[in-house]
Design a protein around this ligand. Structure first.
Ligand code: AP5
Ligand code: MG
Length: 234
């Protein structure tokens, strides 16, 4: 399966993409995680991305598209789930063009909907493992041992862009540049809106029901169903 998960900062993209990757055996491709890895390694891309990320603005499209098209090309035959990409309409167009060139395409688009009021609490309470990327929340999803990762015992950290001021800019950036991506996909296929305000297990149950239905049908059938729907809409 080739899945795109859209949603505002703090909607739960990382949390649910990890679960999707485990359940369906697809590669979890998070643009934010890849950029943070590049920064930690001190690469040229990491240096270029740093100031944008710290300010809560988007990294330029050309850098992101090259990085993510490369990640998609390396994903295994089971497919992938995209987390945080595409985030602008030109990124979505570039992704579609690159998949079409490989006679492929996106199978499922999921949009996690969350209220702005929920976002700040989720993001300021988030802690993550710098080693394996596991994500926790100080109250909603605390680790078993205070401040230590359940998976590898590493001390959890807070992301530098998880401050109140930067979150505000990330949300503004989302509404200005990323929400149009939802309309881009809506014009081309079904977008599955999911209420992501509920607790993570309830959100996952709804999400898996949709993805299980798709997985049961097989990719080709679902794409045809989408095509039929588009023809009907015309
Ligand atoms: P990125 O890392 O993608 O950040 P983001 O989009 O702001 O999203 P977050 O990671 O903050 O939220 P999430 O939806 O993953 O939520 P999570 O599951 O962690 O991007 C960072 C930066 O990189 C960008 O600002 C930009 O500069 C750059 N960048 C990345 N991609 C780019 C692109 N394509 N183009 C240009 N620039 C790009 O959950 C949040 C918290 O809530 C956690 O603590 C979690 O435990 C908790 N939680 C999750 N779900 C629930 C729930 N249902 N109930 C209760 N708590 C929950
Ligand atoms: Mg994330």
């Amino acid at each position: 399966m080739r899945i795109v998960v859209l949603g505002a900062p703090g909607a739960g993209k990382g949390t649910h993409c990890k679960r999707i990757a485990e359940r369906y055996g697809v590669a979890h491709l998070s643009s934010g995680d890849i950029l943070r890895r590049e920064r930690a390694e001190g690469s040229e891309l990491g240096h270029k991305a740093q100031s944008y990320m710290d300010a809560g603005s988007l990294v330029p499209d050309d850098l992101i598209v090259a990085m993510m098209v490369n990640a998609v090309a390396k994903a295994g035959p089971a497919g992938f789930v995209l987390d945080g990409f595409p985030r602008t309409v030109p990124q979505a167009e570039a992704l579609d063009a690159s998949l079409a060139a490989a006679r492929s395409g996106i199978d499922v688009v999921v949009n996690l909907l969350v209220d702005d009021g929920v976002v700040l609490d989720r993001i300021t309470g988030r802690r993550s493992c710098p080693k394996c990327g596991a994500v926790y929340h100080v109250r909603n999803m605390p680790p078993k041992m205070d401040e230590l990762c359940d998976v590898d015992g590493t001390k959890l950290v807070q992301r530098p862009d998880d401050t109140e001021g930067v979150v505000k800019n990330r949300l503004e950036t989302y509404y200005r540049q990323t929400e149009p991506v939802v309309d881009y996909y809506k014009a081309r296929r079904t977008v599955h809106n999911i209420d992501a305000n509920k607790d993570a297990d309830s959100v996952a149950a709804v999400l898996f029901k949709k993805l299980d239905a798709f997985a049961g049908k097989g990719g080709k059938t679902a794409s045809k169903a989408d095509a039929a729907k588009r023809t009907k809409a015309k």
